[in-house]
Design a protein around this ligand. Structure first.
Ligand code: A2P
Length: 358
């Protein structure tokens, strides 16, 4: 580690994740010698606060990376596809939050609590990939259980917040929710047919970010549909879990966008080689890095997005044995998708990088 700190660039600094990256760098006191804030030409002229000072946002160009040692990228896959290799060529180690390089065999895909050692492979391309938000929280929770009992199969359903799509999606849900809540007049003295009639005009609301209204709705559709009928988000969970945790584990996923602002929730079912009781699983998870167990149903205690927001840990609860098979467990896993699912994980990778390699 260098004693004088590092020149760090945040690409997409004005976005939901980029902004949180700045916040996490500051909160964790990452040794920053110089910060470079990059975004599109639309944001040039804006400034953002970092460690109590305002810094100008600059337009991302091919010459943005002179002298930059670490680049945290979160401005979309096409931006990373073009600019990550340019930055890497200029000597910057890129930690990329997009899906673009994740399955490249020459690019490590890292969740520090699970496979920090993989970071060593960054030297081939000078790029390290940050996994998909839903994958990160799932593998953090499953790593200690896999080590103890060898997971054979995972069945996961996700309930993902709109912040995962970005600022425009947050705004779209707010605007739709306001419009619906003010225009639908209904009290508990009214019949439900009146509510149904009030909802009718919103069945075909015009939308910009999602193909359908997201307010008061669940969309079983995240990212694009692929030839096999799954969405790319679902297949990311399959591919990335194999690369990070163990390629022998079979994974099947259903990913759903739900009308929450922050935090992704997941119903996770696992089948293991050896029996794990719920009590033992709770014990293992209580001692695992990056995990907090919240599992006292009698007190209505279980993970919620409201509890996960701003938390570094992934919350795990509702841990119970799957009574339909010999060796199975069910659990509910919730994490802050912008923090552990993106910005925090990227900064944790940077921390290991400077600690061991730079
Ligand atoms: P800008 O704010 O200038 O559009 P989010 O995921 O929250 O929507 O944020 C996306 C981030 O990616 C923003 O910081 C956005 O900057 C940035 N971005 C989008 N397009 C480009 C581009 N062509 N060049 C650089 N940054 C971009």
């Amino acid at each position: 580690m260098r004693t004088d700190g590092y020149k760090v660039a945040v690409v997409g600094a004005t976005g939901a994740v980029g902004n949180m990256m700045l916040n996490v760098l500051e909160k964790r006191d990452f040794p920053v010698r110089e910060i470079v804030l990059l975004a599109s030409g639309r944001s040039a002229g804006r400034s953002l606060a970092f460690k109590g000072k305002e810094y100008p946002v600059q337009e991302l160009t091919e010459s943005s990376f002179a002298g930059v040692e670490i680049g945290l990228f979160s401005a979309g896959g096409s931006i990373s596809a073009k600019f990550a290799p340019i930055a890497a060529e200029a000597g910057c180690v890129v930690i990329d939050n997009t899906a673009h390089f994740r399955m490249d065999p020459d690019v490590p895909l890292v969740v520090p609590e699970v496979n920090a050692e993989a970071i060593a492979g960054y030297t081939t391309k000078n790029i390290i990939a940050n996994p998909n938000c839903s994958t990160i929280q799932m593998v953090v929770a499953l790593k200690p259980l896999h080590d103890a009992a060898t997971i054979k199969r995972i069945v996961v359903s996700t309930y993902q917040s709109v912040s995962g799509t970005g600022k425009e999606a947050i705004e779209e849900m707010l605007v739709q929710s306001r419009e619906m809540s003010t225009s639908i007049q209904w009290t508990r003295d009214d019949g439900v047919d009146k509510l149904w009639a009030g909802l009718a005009p919103f069945r075909t609301m015009s939308t910009e970010v999602y193909p359908h209204r997201i307010a008061f709705e669940c969309l079983p559709h995240i990212d694009v549909f692929l030839e096999n009928g799954y969405t790319k988000e679902e297949m990311k969970m399959v591919w990335e879990t194999g690369k990070i945790l163990d390629p022998a584990i079979k994974v099947t996923a259903t990913t759903v966008r739900v009308p929450t602002f922050f935090g992704h929730s997941e119903a996770v079912n696992i089948e293991t080689e050896r029996k794990l009781t719920a009590v033992r699983a709770r014990e293992l998870l209580s001692n695992a890095p990056g995990v907090k167990v919240l599992d006292d149903p009698k007190k209505f205690e279980y993970p919620l997005t409201a509890l996960a927001g701003g938390e570094y840990d992934t919350l795990v609860g509702r841990i119970r044995e799957d009574e339909s098979i010999a060796n199975g467990l069910n659990m509910w896993v919730v994490s802050d998708n912008i923090l552990k699912g993106a910005a925090l994980n990227a900064v944790q990778i940077a921390e290991v990088l400077i600690e061991k390699y730079l």
